[in-house]
Structure formats: structure tokens, C-alpha cells
Design a protein around this ligand. Structure first.
Ligand SMILES: Nc1ncnc2c1ncn2[C@@H]1O[C@H](COP(=O)(O)OP(=O)(O)O)[C@@H](O)[C@H]1O
Ligand SMILES: O=C(O)C[C@@H](O)[C@H](O)C(=O)COP(=O)(O)O
Length: 342
């Protein structure tokens, strides 16, 4: 990525520069899985008998979210060679995500499942079935330099670093991206289940964050990266010694903040909404944020777009099909400001 930031004429805010003229805006790397969301919700998982099947997995959700917003999106990953894997590929194709590099596993590995418990709008949890999952068997030799070089952004999900060979595949993809001036966006996406220990996570998170242009995570995820509870100031100071230009810290209903390496700090509140469940917020947020940054919007606007996309997704049942279009976000923001004015 061009190391310069572009100062918008007449605006105080800065936007992030991306390479021009690429076939894709975003290529996401990591897991494409299945979410099974409680249909008879507002009760514990042990009392839930009916689930709806959606595509899931953080990077797949972000691919869907950015595609629904109108970006040109591709996906690098591995799914099971069965009906579940075919469902994922077919849904991604339906929403316009390029799946030419989403391959079927040939060694019998199964796709990951996420059963979601929706006890109440604020008490939600996710039960992951991810033993020997196909997505963690993507290999470094399966990374295609021409494909990666055809995008403005390579989005890496932190869970892809949890095990070999997916870990090496992710690092190789980042190396190929950097070689071709593709901006690397790292979504920390911490799923304890996939890791042996937080110490292992810390090592690989740190290595990849230092090689990324934009790092996005919750405060808790940055604490994992640092190996101890810390402050945003300490986090960004340590990361700005290396390549990152923008560090985005999410804080649930308390909103989010972005730190630019030029010293500017931005923040955005979360929007009050009718919450159905809490998960999916982070993936929607990343979709809105990336969309806005790739449109050349300033960081402040990007945080607002992220928050609006998240507010819409937490009010809906899934994390993927629920991803809003640009019109839906605009409509939401307009209604919200009218309501706030009274
Ligand atoms: N209950 C909520 N209502 C409205 N917006 C929310 C809610 N929870 C999260 N968000 C929005 O989504 C963003 C990301 O949510 P967060 O919970 O921090 O990430 P993650 O889902 O990755 O854990 C927040 O910064 C906020 O803008
Ligand atoms: O990431 C997964 O494997 C499960 C997701 O598909 C699920 O919908 C979810 O947990 C979303 O996470 P969030 O956006 O970080 O809240």
C-alpha cells in the first residue's frame, strides 16, 4: 500500500490510500463455515430445538457484507467436500463473491459449525464445533500470487493463524500481498477454541499485526495480542513502530475508536437499536468500515458506517444474510438522526 495518507481537500479528516485499478476491492482469507442460529430463541441452548442454517465464519461474513455493499470481493479458503461445503460456495456465488479460490477439501476434513445460543438480546453465546476443520487445512502452496495481486485489500482473519498449515498459508498470502502493494487488513477475530493457549495466539497475532496496514479488534483481543491487559495508547504506540497505519478498537455498545499513525484519534458511538442478538456485530462493523475506506471516505465516516451496519445486523437473525446494503445503511442513519432530533 502507498505509505502516504491522502488529506481530503477542505476536510480535517484523512482517508486511507489503496492501490488503484485492481479487479477486486477485497479478498478475504480464512474460514467459511456454517452458522446454526436458534430459531426458537430467548431460551438456553439446551431448550433450543430448531436452528436456521446460514453461511458463517467471520471472514465469510465480511466477504458477504462488503459484497452486499457493492464491493468486488473474492475469497480464499477451504470447505468440506459435501453438501455443507456446497451450500457455502453456492451462497457466496449468489451474493457475488468470487469463489474461484475457495477449494473443496480432498482429505475428508469437515466444515466448522457454530451453534448460536440466544438466551436474551444481551445474553448470547456461540458453541463452536471445529475439530480438524477444513478451513485450517488450506496450504501455503495454495496461495496464488496473481489472485492476491488482483485486489486492493487482503483481509486476514486471526483464526486462520491458529494452526498449520493454514497459519503458513496466511503468512505467505501476506508476503505476496505486500510484494504487490495490496493493503493488508488484519481482523483479530479471536476464537479461543481454535488455539492451544493465549501465549501461542500472542506470538502469531503480534507477528501478523506488525505486517498489516490496518488492524481491527476488540479491546479484549488487543489484550491477547499484547499478552496482558493494556490501554489503547500502549497498543498503538507498540504497533506504530511497525507497518500499521490505522488501528481500530471495538468496544461493543460503548462504540469504537480508530487511531491513525499521524496521531489523529477518531471515535464513534454505537447506535441504539432493537437488539435480537449480539453476535455478528464485529463482522458487520468491519464490512461497513472497509466499504467506506475503500470508497475514499474519511476515517470518521468509516467508523459511522461500521457502527450503522453493526446496529442493523444485531437487530436481525443472522450474521451473513443480515448484512445491509448501502441504501439500508443510509436509510438507517437518516431515520436515526431524525429520531435523535426529536
Ligand atoms: N448491542 C449493540 N447495539 C448496537 N451496536 C452494537 C452493539 N454491539 C456492538 N455494536 C456495534 O458493533 C461494533 C463491534 O461490536 P463488538 O461487540 O465490539 O465486536 P465483536 O462483535 O467483534 O465482539 C461496536 O463498536 C458497535 O458499534
Ligand atoms: O465466526 C464464526 O465462526 C461464527 C460467526 O459466523 C458468528 O455469526 C459470529 O460469531 C459473528 O461474530 P462477531 O461478528 O465477531 O460478533
Amino acid at each position: 500500500m502507498d505509505s502516504e495518507t491522502r488529506v481530503k481537500k477542505g476536510a480535517l479528516d484523512v482517508s486511507i490510500a489503496f492501490p488503484a485499478d485492481r479487479s477486486f476491492d477485497v479478498i478475504a482469507l480464512g474460514r467459511a463455515c456454517i452458522d446454526l442460529n436458534a430459531v426458537d430463541y430467548n431460551r438456553p441452548l439446551e431448550e433450543t430445538r430448531t436452528f436456521a442454517k446460514y453461511v458463517g465464519g467471520s471472514p465469510a461474513n465480511i466477504a458477504i457484507g462488503t459484497a452486499r455493499l457493492g464491493l468486488r470481493v473474492g475469497f480464499i479458503g477451504k470447505v468440506s467436500n459435501d453438501g455443507m461445503g456446497k451450500f457455502v460456495v453456492s451462497y457466496l456465488n449468489q451474493v457475488g463473491v468470487d469463489t474461484s479460490h475457495l477449494v473443496f477439501d480432498q482429505e475428508g476434513h469437515k466444515i466448522g459449525l457454530a451453534f448460536t445460543e440466544i438466551k436474551s438480546p444481551t445474553e448470547c453465546s456461540i458453541l463452536l464445533y471445529r475439530d480438524e476443520v477444513a478451513d485450517l487445512y488450506i496450504k501455503p502452496e495454495e496461495m496464488d500470487e496473481n489472485y492476491i495481486a488482483s485486489s486492493k485489500v487482503l483481509l486476514i482473519s486471526g483464526t486462520a493463524l491458529a494452526k498449520s498449515p493454514s497459519r503458513e498459508a496466511a503468512f505467505r498470502a501476506v508476503e505476496l500481498a505486500r510484494r504487490n502493494q495490496v493493503a493488508v487488513v488484519f481482523e483479530l477475530d479471536y476464537r479461543a477454541y481454535s488455539w492451544r493457549s493465549p501465549y501461542e495466539t500472542e506470538v502469531y497475532y503480534r507477528l501478523l499485526a506488525r505486517l498489516s496496514d490496518i488492524v481491527i479488534g476488540t479491546r479484549e483481543e488487543f489484550d491477547i495480542l499484547e499478552g496482558r491487559p493494556g490501554s489503547d495508547e500502549a497498543t498503538v504506540k507498540a504497533l506504530f513502530e511497525f507497518l500499521p497505519k490505522l488501528v481500530v478498537v471495538k468496544r461493543g455498545v460503548q462504540g469504537s475508536a480508530a487511531y491513525h499513525r499521524d496521531g489523529r484519534v477518531y471515535s464513534a458511538p454505537a447506535f441504539h437499536t432493537q437488539v435480537l442478538k449480539t453476535f455478528g456485530a464485529g463482522d458487520a462493523y468491519a464490512s461497513g468500515l472497509l466499504y467506506a475506506l475503500l470508497q475514499g471516505e474519511d476515517v470518521e465516516t468509516a467508523l459511522t458506517m461500521g457502527s450503522a451496519a453493526a446496529a442493523l445486523v444485531v437487530s436481525r437473525h443472522s450474521s451473513s444474510e443480515a448484512m445491509p446494503t448501502k441504501d439500508e445503511i443510509d436509510h438507517f442513519l437518516q431515520e436515526y438522526s431524525e429520531r435523535s432530533r426529536g
